[in-house]
Write a protein that binds this ligand. Structure first.
Ligand code: SF4
Length: 441
């Protein structure tokens, strides 16, 4: 839930209240935080979901059918839970922009803002001005920073290019302004750089700007302990450049790079580089350079045309090149994507069967890799104190927010509570399939 702590008040709109629901990805979280700041700058009071609110603003996701279904059920819930007229429900974001007709068919009287840029949509609708880098953070002790928008890759299964448009890097100055705003207003230890594809940053900007230069500039601010980069695209950055980026002070030794599959046949059908493995072989030695080096990736299971042998190949390579953190997604058939008409559909049962096998395989691999760090000293960001279990919950440099496991840190409860929001050195004491324990030093 978004809380207003910007202490910005403007007369005559103070009594208006607004609540937010942010659906979808971390990029949407950033957009929602900016919209909340916009309302706050214009005198609205940000309140948790309640009957008291004058407006509900719902930032939707339109990427997958399941995400759209979630959006519809959230709106239905709000309509059935709160005595609020549909017109006071403001729906914006990817679903509203890409499939307004679907939302209209369900909810003819909601306020639907269809602009591709939700922030501009709200500015226009409410005639409000915004300081685009202001945000009301909804995340404890870390913040996402969007460095670009859109994508030029056109993977066969993906709607994002048709929702977010072609790739546009944000200017270095606007990104740094946003980082400074966050540093000045929040106790944020970690910045998480995001985009549909962070590795392509700067290619569309005139000067010699790229991912290395923007990370370097953010690190030079010396206002954040950790800088983490997510959503890199395979093959875009050479081993030596990746090593240089990870060598920048405060950059955590963590690479998130969705490979989606390893078999060249399936990668070709996905319209993705078919030699993913040779690139992985090229960058894997980063593990020998950086202590606690962590690889994260995601894979689609059950893509049209995926045979048992394609899937076995994927599993075999996951074992040959162990990755620390992995997410698997069952293929989702999306109209208006090239994969929609591709032959060789995989049944839902087989998809679920392969999902289970993939997770069983990966759970063991992650356990092995986590166990290799037992008794080692590692910095952990304590994010909250859990009174019932008298431990702090946090993440080390090896875990990204929202997608990776959290750690349970034990020790003197007063010290733990006192250090919530800080990075402390801890010793890893226990690793099981579903829990990682540590002791504060
Ligand atoms: S790179 Fe990512 S966002 Fe871009 S088309 Fe492929 S899956 Fe979609």
């Amino acid at each position: 839930m978004i809380q207003n702590d910007l202490n910005i008040t403007i007369p005559n709109r103070k009594q208006k209240k607004v609540s937010f629901v942010s659906l979808g990805c971390a990029k949407n979280t950033v957009i929602t935080e900016k919209i909340a700041a916009l309302f706050s700058q214009n005198g609205f009071q940000i309140v948790p979901e309640s009957t008291q609110t004058d407006y509900f603003v719902i930032n939707t996701c339109g990427f997958l059918a399941t995400a759209r279904e979630e959006g519809i059920s959230v709106i239905q819930d709000i309509l059935s839970t709160y005595s609020i007229s549909p017109s006071q429900i403001i729906v914006l974001g990817c679903f509203a922009y890409r499939f307004p007709e679907i939302l209209r068919s369900y909810f003819p009287s909601i306020t639907l803002l269809q602009n591709q840029d939700p922030l501009v949509a709200v500015e226009d609708y409410f005639s409000m001005q915004s300081h685009s880098h202001h945000r009301i953070l909804s995340t404890p002790s870390y913040a996402y920073i969007r460095i670009a928008q859109g994508c030029n890759r056109h993977c066969s299964y993906c709607l994002i290019p048709s929702i977010k448009g072609s790739y546009r890097s944000f200017s270095t100055s606007s990104i740094l302004e946003e980082c400074l705003f966050i540093a000045d207003h929040y106790n944020v230890q970690e910045l998480v750089l995001i985009a549909q594809d962070t590795s392509l940053y700067g290619h569309d900007l005139k000067e010699d700007i790229n991912l290395y230069t923007i990370v370097r500039s953010i690190a030079n601010l010396q206002r954040f302990s950790w800088i983490r980069i997510l959503y890199m695209y395979p093959h875009q950055i050479a081993f030596s450049k990746l090593r240089d980026i990870l060598s920048i002070p405060s950059v955590v030794p963590y690479i998130d790079m969705p490979f989606q599959h390893y078999h060249p046949d399936i990668l070709a059908r996905m319209n993705r580089p078919t030699n993913a493995l040779s690139y992985l072989e090229e960058i894997y030695p980063l593990k020998d350079i950086f202590p606690f080096m962590t690889f994260r990736s995601t894979f689609i299971v059950g893509y049209p045309g995926e045979t048992d042998s394609h899937f076995s190949f994927l599993i075999q390579k996951l074992k040959e090149y162990p990755l620390d953190r992995v997410g698997f997604f069952p293929y989702s058939q999306e109209k208006e994507t090239p994969s929609y008409s591709q032959t060789g559909p995989v049944s839902e049962d087989i998809k679920q069967e392969r999902m289970q096998k993939a997770y069983e395989c990966q759970t063991h691999i992650s356990w092995q890799l986590d166990s290799s760090h037992l008794s080692q000293i590692i910095p952990i960001l304590l994010e909250r104190f859990d009174a019932p279990s008298r431990c702090a919950i946090g993440r080390s440099i090896r875990e990204a927010p929202d997608v990776d496991p959290t750690l349970h840190v034990y020790g003197n409860p007063f010290r733990l509570q006192h250090n919530v929001g800080s990075i402390v050195n801890c010793k890893l004491t226990k690793v099981t399939n579903d829990e990682i324990k540590a002791e504060i030093l």
